[in-house]
Ligand binder design. Structure first.
Ligand code: GDP
Length: 687
């Protein structure tokens, strides 16, 4: 029986090779009409009740039952290999799962020809593969769709083709001439060469009549008929559920058949049936070994050729693909770390602070006092004075002194710790996305998420401590800021450049507007808006389209006016920054732009120091390790395979390789079995 075991193994390998219908080893298919006792026979073979029952419970999908004889097993169990539910030792659970799978087939579909695979491991079962097909329906009941009869018929027809063996089940109390199973079998196997007849419910007819049926001369079958009594244990109340029923049925059969001598010349009992099935399956499989080997060989040659042509025999497994993807990502990451260091962080932060300075001076210094009465700094309670007065103000004018102190403290109290830490984290995350885009990972949503998670987990872990450290270290600047001459000079240069850039942007925006609206027209609107603001034109309520200007145009006019005024002030401030007054750091109150720049520079220097140590170095050290962890042993084989196959090109490569390897494996095994058979035949002939 080793042979059957090996062949079942081969059969399972072949099943995993897609589109390989030509590569199937034969199986035993079980057919019979409803209530013929089909389920009872299968359950007697398995030794448990496990098939869906209940009024009107028509099996809607074929069940491919593979039995593995497993000596010494502590607890028998079943497995649905394609569902991944693991080992199920409770056969009621198996029954429920099968019922659910059946009920999942919709009424429109009636029956599905997608088989349910069920493996059963037990010391009490023989090595066998059986395919249970939906029972033939004699009369469709009211709530069954009309087409069900037809569909079941078609489904069975597909499975009973050669070289499969047909197990045709008929009940003794029904005239064999009416047996749907025998009718079907005779159509495809007219000479009765690959059909085993099973006659159930022998106990329901007279022993003499029973024996007559079994010795059937009207419908002779080369493999003959087997008579069984497989009344399910729960039905006659003799047996406990979930206990092994095979031996109990066998005892029951034995006590019936042994007292009725009519059966002496017949094959009877489920034990005999099991033996017959094993023998027949082994013989049938054995005879199809050579044709199967030839078919595998041919498929293998085709796959190997394709693999050579398309992939130059380059081996690729999900594992090697993952490892090389991670490696190349790490190489790119290493390069990135060399390009994104202290200087880059400094630039990042400086740019951000420059924008804050511009906002600050615009808000506090560059206002047009009359039009912005509401935005006067509430805290200072000072009357807003135009910045144009600044250069001529007295040196000890408290107004300008307080104004600068406030602006500077706004800057130091921005929350530089959090702001700068966030800035660096966001930038790193953005760069990780860019890195992903340049590697294999770009076509792997799973990896993309895993990398982002790895990065953000490290960075978020460091967030609070980094932000706190930075905030602590800039604390002194909140109280006092000492300025060196050199610092002042550098900041003066920087401020000038900043103002120049701001001016450029203002002018660009204004010019763009002129282009769209037309210079003349825009000028007119601007004049109109300006004079209406000063009260020289009748105040216009919103929405009034007076003077031929639409509301949209008036809005544009306001924006343009704002830009022009902003640009005038900036020019003024550029002159101020360049002036002799601003050359001297002692005159800081006259030069808020320069002073705030000094502050920003100090904040940046200090923040960068800690960001570099606390965040960057830490991230650069830990991130590759975190990647190893996430892409290493914690990933299951299935996960890695699913990952690799996310990329269609890789999927194709891997699948072709897997197919080739499975074919190789199957061929090796088939050839091994053929060799085993030959040596067995030699031994027998020598004896
Ligand atoms: P299926 O519809 O073909 O799967 O048939 P079942 O296995 O469910 O059996 C139909 C009915 O026949 C059930 O009530 C069984 O208990 C009963 N039955 C099955 N085998 C025998 C048998 O050998 N003798 C008797 N008397 N009843 C049986």
């Amino acid at each position: 029986m080793m042979l059957t075991k090996k062949m079942i193994e081969i059969r399972n390998i072949l099943q995993n090779i897609d589109q390989a219908e030509t590569l199937q080893l034969p199986s035993i298919v079980v057919i019979g009409s409803q209530s013929s006792g089909k389920s009872s026979v299968l359950e007697a073979i398995v030794g448990h009740e496990f098939l869906p029952k209940g009024t009107n419970m028509v099996t809607r999908r074929p069940i491919e039952l593979t039995l593995f004889n497993t000596p010494g097993l502590a607890a028998e169990y079943g497995e649905f290999p394609s569902l991944g539910l693991g080992k199920i030792t409770d056969f009621n659970q198996i029954q429920r799962t099968l019922t659910d799978l059946n009920l999942a087939v919709s009424d429109e579909e009636c029956v599905s020809d997608e088989p349910i695979q069920l493996h059963i491991y037990s010391p009490n079962v023989p090595d066998l593969t059986l395919i249970d097909l939906p029972g033939y329906v004699q009369v469709a009941s009211l709530d069954q769709p009309d087409s069900i009869k037809q569909k079941i018929h078609q489904l069975c027809e597909k499975y009973i083709q050669a070289p499969n063996v047909i197990l045709a089940i008929s009940a003794a109390d029904v005239d064999l001439a009416n047996s749907s199973a025998l009718k079907a079998s005779r159509r495809v196997d007219p000479r009765g060469e690959r059909t085993i007849g099973v006659i159930t419910k022998i106990d329901l007819v007279e022993p003499r009549r029973g024996a007559e049926i079994l010795l059937n001369r009207n419908y002779p079958l080369q493999m003959g008929y087997v008579g069984v009594i497989t009344k399910t244990p729960s039905n006659n109340g003799l047996f406990r559920r979930n206990s092994n029923v095979s031996s109990l049925i066998a005892e029951n059969e034995n006590s019936y058949f042994s007292v009725n001598e009519e059966f002496e010349v017949c094959t009877v009992g489920t034990i005999a049936l099991k033996k017959k099935l094993m023998y027949v399956l082994e013989k049938t499989m054995a005879s199809s070994l050579q044709p199967t080997a030839d078919a595998i060989h041919q498929e293998l040659e085709e796959s190997a050729y394709q693999f050579k042509v398309e992939y130059n025999d380059r081996r690729l497994t999900p594992e090697t693909y993952l490892a090389s993807s991670v490696d190349s990502f790490k190489v790119n990451f290493k390069e990135f770390t060399q390009m994104f260091g202290r200087e880059e962080v400094k630039e990042l932060l400086r740019f951000e602070l420059d924008q804050k300075i511009l906002d600050l001076v615009a808000q506090r210094y560059w206002n047009k006092p009359i039009s912005n009465l509401e935005s006067i700094d509430e805290a200072s309670r000072l009357i807003d004075r135009p910045v144009s007065e600044l250069s001529t103000a007295a040196k000890d004018d408290v107004y300008w002194q307080r104004k600068l102190d406030l602006a500077s403290s706004t800057l130091t109290k921005l929350g530089i710790g959090r702001m700068s830490t966030n800035l660096v984290i966001d930038s790193l995350m953005l760069n990780m996305d860019k890195l992903i885009a340049t590697t294999n990972f770009t076509s792997h949503p799973f990896a993309h998420t895993a990398i982002r998670d790895a990065a953000s987990s490290i960075l978020n872990n460091r967030f609070y401590s980094t932000a706190d450290q930075v905030e602590n270290c800039i604390k002194p600047y909140k109280y006092e800021i000492d300025v060196e001459d050199r610092e002042w000079e550098i900041s003066r240069e920087h401020s000038y450049k900043l103002l120049k850039e701001e001016l450029r942007q203002c002018d660009t925006a204004l010019n763009a507007m002129k282009k769209i609206i037309g210079g003349k027209k825009l000028n007119k609107v601007m004049t109109f808006v300006e004079s209406s603001r000063n009260g020289s034109v009748m105040n216009l309520s919103e929405g009034t389209e007076a003077y031929g200007f639409s509301q949209a145009l008036i809005t544009r006019g306001r924006e343009a006016l704002f830009l022009r005024e902003r640009s005038d002030i900036i020019k003024l401030r550029m002159v101020a920054v360049k002036s002799r007054q601003c050359k001297d750091k002692e005159n800081k109150y006259y030069c808020p732009e320069v002073f705030l720049n000094v502050v920003a520079d100090k904040l940046t220097q200090t923040a960068v120091l800690f960001l570099n140590v606390e965040l960057l170095s830490d991230f650069y050290h830990n991130f590759p390790r975190e990647l190893d962890k996430r892409f290493g042993q914690s990933l299951s084989k299935d996960r890695i395979e699913a990952f690799a196959k996310e990329d269609p090109k890789i999927k194709k490569h891997i699948e072709l390789q897997q197919r080739k390897e499975l074919l190789q494996l199957a061929l090796e095994k088939v050839e091994g079995v053929i060799e085993m058979q030959k040596s067995r035949a030699r031994e027998e002939s020598e004896l």
